[in-house]
Design a binder for this molecule. Structure first.
Ligand code: PMP
Length: 305
């Protein structure tokens, strides 16, 4: 991934992809205090546009605030950087990765005295959990790893270190032949996937865990709230148990990378009809209309590059 043509934005400059390097004594590499975003750009009739750029950039700044990382770049500079990276790499659509990290001036747990840095890269990226999964639904395993408690590494920050938990859960699930992991919170209630929020549908009502279960406040999750309202679907945020998922009619994951991915199985228990359910299909179609610029109501969520 490091050996290709293109440009990466680093601390205010567009640098050649191969030259976008940092030192091995980088503080974040040793102690994991850093934050990132995952953002997508879509091809629309008006041109390439970044979906909910403002919300992603604001979440990055919120993550920096939670982690007490003083940022040199503000909202507009980081938005401009993301647009520039999509443009410079001539992407019609793709995935953007902004990241902030602590520099290499000194080690030791305290980051004080170190500089804070920012970068943005972007590359083409198709369906995160596979094209087939988008159509047929994926197979998920309840993880043996517990999701972060809300008072551990801060669950509303999209921190680098939170993803060790995601990696362990995802590797366990995929090693066992599943597509993705579902993590429960410290009290045993459903939290989220390794990199996705979860929704379940029962008797026509759409449910998702409230954020006290330690799930990230997903921007796609919020998009689904709007879609449910448009489709006249009741949306309830509440504590959800593992067995409520077993007996739901439909379930799906959401995320910038995962978009809207149906879940057809949890722990070898078939969910609903064992395929993408009819309400999930409607929500998924509405989602792709919005991100691809086919729904005027949400044109303001698309920033042309
Ligand atoms: N939870 C986790 C752990 C994630 O990594 C992601 C992806 N950023 C999400 C939820 C979904 O968030 P979003 O819709 O903002 O991408």
């Amino acid at each position: 991934m490091d050996d290709r043509d293109g440009k990466i934005w680093m601390d205010g400059e567009l640098v050649d992809w191969r030259d976008a390097k940092i030192h091995v004594l980088t503080h974040t590499l040793h102690y994991g205090c850093g934050a990132f975003e995952g953002v997508r750009a879509y091809k629309t009739a008006q041109g390439t546009a970044i979906f909910r750029l403002r919300e992603h950039t604001q979440r990055l700044l919120n993550s920096a605030k939670i982690l007490r990382m003083p940022m040199r770049f503000g909202l507009e500079a980081l938005e401009d950087a993301q647009k520039a990276v999509v443009r410079e790499n001539q992407l019609e659509s793709g995935y953007l990765r902004p990241l902030i990290w602590i520099g290499s001036e000194k080690l030791g747990v305290s980051p004080k005295g170190n500089t804070v840095h920012a970068m943005v890269a972007a590359w083409p990226w198709g369906a995160y959990l596979g094209e087939e999964g988008m159509q047929r639904g994926i197979r998920v395993k309840t993880s043996s790893y517990t999701r972060h408690h809300v008072n551990i590494t801060m669950t509303q920050a999209k921190t680098v270190s939170n993803y060790t938990n995601s990696i362990l859960a995802n590797m366990e699930a995929t090693d066992d032949g599943y597509d993705e992991a579902l993590l429960l919170d410290a009290a045993g209630f459903v939290s989220e996937g390794a990199g996705e929020n979860i929704f379940v549908i029962k008797d026509g009502v759409v449910y998702t865990p409230d954020l006290s279960a330690g799930a990230l406040n997903g921007i796609t999750r919020n998009t689904i709230f709007h879609i449910c309202q448009d489709l006249g679907l009741e949306l309830v945020q509440k504590r959800i148990t593992r067995d409520e998922v077993y007996i739901c009619d439909e379930a799906f994951f959401t995320g910038t990378a995962a978009e809207v991915t149906p879940i057809r199985e949890l722990d070898r228990v078939t969910l609903g009809c064992g395929a993408r359910g009819p309400i999930t299909e409607k929500i998924q179609a509405a989602f792709f209309d919005i991100v691809n610029g086919r729904n005027e109501k949400y044109a303001h969520w698309l920033t042309l590059v």
